[in-house]
Design a protein around this ligand. Sequence first.
Ligand code: AMP
Length: 369
Amino acid sequence: MNKKLPVLAPGATIGILGGGQLGRMLALAAAELGLKCHIYAPEMDSCAFDVSAAQTCAAYEDEAALAKFADAVDVVTYEFENIPAATAKFLWSRKPVFPDPSVLETTQDRIVEKTFVNRLGIATPKFAAVDSIATLKQAVAGIGTPSVLKTRRLGYDGKGQATIKRAEEAEAAFASIGSAPSILEQFVPFRREVSVVAARGRDGKVVAFDTTENLHRDHILHKSRVPARMPDALGGQAIVIATKIAEALNYVGVLAVEMFVLDESGKLKLLVNEIAPRVHNSGHWTMDGATASQFEQHIRAVAGWPLAKPRRLGNVEMTNLIGAEANDWEKLAAEPGACVHLYGKGEARAGRKMGHVTRITKDTESIIR
Ligand code: AMP
């Protein structure tokens, strides 16, 4: 379905699966380019509904609703990577879907994903598949401790993960993640976490934003900043890795590749942790800190437009507003130069991403806290 597709002209409609803040910011970016978005999401209170031209609130398994949605849009994309494979295939048989649903098969399973990355000659943390206590014990013996046990599917923000510090803790760790099919990974004593957010157009051209440094708190992204504190050459190497992955997936749209920077006896090395087949929280800084955002790039890519060639506007730091932190909106709104984004979500529950604030400066050190 993805062959010989015309470029979408202003006025055309992009269907987006998923109605969270990423869908919301995609819809806003599309509107800036004169394109419309139709959001499909199962949750009534989806914050992307507020800013889109059309909305469908239905389950991902509801084929009647999916068929109607497909009829109403020119192209389909997603803001959420755990779309059931059957949903993506159903839509693909009716309308072009970008990125191609086959990408989800690679990225929805951590073993398939890391195996794919290794086959490209790109390093990941050492890993082994686990599906029973017996295979877990074998994996712990092979990989050693400390190690991290993660469910193969559906994990995010540290959910479905357990650290194993000593071999005796293995059984309890497996039980804590519901004894689900898992991956055991070597624990990487990383120096930094970084990511590359890159866009690939329908014409195969790749444009990446500068490598971004990410700081997590309680497994949730707390801050992203550019430039990352790493040698420029290593930042460039991270972009080469992300480009190789985007090309191998024949990807169309924006993707993020999360990596660890490891110091191996004084030599810095990159290990790929995860591929996110969508716009990504670590790219939110681009809304204010670059001449074109990751959201605009994604819309351009799926619409068949040429990608923008964004320029960075300074040293940028993005801070997430998690849960009650968003209650400080009045203070943040009064801060000179702060760019405040609130997602219009209802209750500020603990751990919920409610908004973000971006600060741009000529002096990186002055914004590092
Ligand atoms: P993930 O869901 O794989 O992105 O993991 C969430 C976070 O847990 C990462 O951003 C890291 O901070 C940490 N983490 C995940 N895997 C590892 C690992 N193999 N070694 C060390 N830390 C990890």
